[in-house]
Design a binder for this molecule. Structure first.
Ligand SMILES: [Zn+2]
Length: 170
């Protein structure tokens, strides 16, 4: 899933984590993608292949736990820290629903990808040669429909966040 869908979760969860800045929650939802870019850059992962270190279930649980502990210490609240950690895991859950994505055929100009043809699932449970999963929602809908879906999620998240901010005003 793209950043809009992931950010939606970060905004929607803000009322449950008042001590954590919104930016940190949003950042946490994107950690697997940030890791994928970083690991791709240093050569630990290869673009287009399975990404076990950034997008494997096992490592996402590890990153999530690590982020939960760091955030718990930083904000002196382990319940809210756990919520920040869960944002990392929420990335994996949304990616399982949406992947595999036919991004190889995506055109930025026409905002189109060739969906519907079989694609191998690309989210490993453990490491490189472990079983992979993915429900493939984005291989069943067009790039425009996926964008509408994520924009809708983003707006819903924004509504939850706005209501929370307004309620907090004296
Ligand atoms: Zn991702």
């Amino acid at each position: 899933m793209g950043p809009l869908g992931h950010f939606a979760v970060g905004m929607a969860v803000k009322p449950a984590a008042p001590k954590v800045p919104l930016g940190i929650l949003l950042l946490a939802t994107e950690i697997p993608d940030i890791l994928a870019v970083t690991f791709g850059y240093v050569g630990i992962e290869k673009a287009g292949a399975v990404l076990p270190w950034s997008h494997g279930l096992f490592m996402c649980v590890v990153w999530s736990g690590l982020v939960a502990v760091l955030a718990g210490r930083r904000y002196r609240d382990y319940r809210e820290g756990a919520i920040v950690g869960l944002m990392v895991l929420s990335h994996w859950v949304l990616d399982v629903i949406s992947h595999p994505i036919p991004f190889g055929s995506f055109s930025w100009r026409s905002w189109h990808w060739d969906y519907g043809h079989p694609l191998p699932s690309d989210l490993p449970l453990l490491f490189a040669k472990s079983p992979t999963v993915g429900l493939g929602l984005y291989n069943r809908i067009s790039a425009v429909e996926a964008t509408v879906l994520e924009t809708g999620m983003f707006v819903l998240g924004m509504i939850v966040y706005r209501r929370y901010i307004q309620k907090r005003k004296p």
